[in-house]
Design a protein around this ligand. Sequence first.
Ligand SMILES: C[S@@+](CC[C@H](N)C(=O)[O-])C[C@H]1O[C@@H](n2cnc3c(N)ncnc32)[C@H](O)[C@@H]1O
Length: 208
Amino acid sequence: MNKQHSPAALRNRTPIAQILEDILPESGSVLEVASGSGEHVTHFARHFPQLTWLPSDPSAEARSSITDHLQESDLSNCLPPVKLDASDPKWPASLPRGTELHAIVCINMIHIAPWQACLGLLDGAAELLPAEAPLYLYGPYRRAGDHTSESNAAFDAQLRQRNSEWGVRNLETVCEEAQDRGFRLDKTVEMPANNLSVIFRRTAAAQR
Ligand SMILES: C[S@@+](CC[C@H](N)C(=O)[O-])C[C@H]1O[C@@H](n2cnc3c(N)ncnc32)[C@H](O)[C@@H]1O
């Protein structure tokens, strides 16, 4: 058994699914970047049976956990996990040939990876998503450079101590980078435990 369990994923999957209900298309394929344990994608595939889900993670342990969760849940609308490192500029080529995406979801990744992973995520999403398709990000953010809570500031310090390239990102900086790649900010939604849902929509043409 390689199944991993994330208490945070169990806590936030229901509020996240409530936001996804409003933004995901009625049909099509959704890529999850950084699926981790696989508990989100399993939950979402059950919650949104009309969509096809494609989990991914660069970590072999994570992919093994995702596979185990999926096997146990016996879902027919979730594909096997793909090895995908968002900081690799060629990551769109990691997807199964002919994949057409209608949305991308990425939960709690951009602060626990080098900044290049956030930029690579935006680059690849811009390449793959059609106009108006959503890119959904979830996690803690600084706003106008400031932390939104003491607990987020402490978490940021812990992250930076573990890896100097990690850290809670500034929302406005992420928005600027997204805009440069042809996304507009659709909305942000405050979530439990000082997290944010950040929803971008692909505009017709990228500016880069
Ligand atoms: C904190 S975990 C979050 C997992 C899951 N999304 C969740 O919320 O439970 C961070 C995940 O990001 C993945 N990750 C780290 N660097 C990445 C990268 N460059 N590209 C894609 N995923 C990455 C890790 O392997 C790990 O599974």
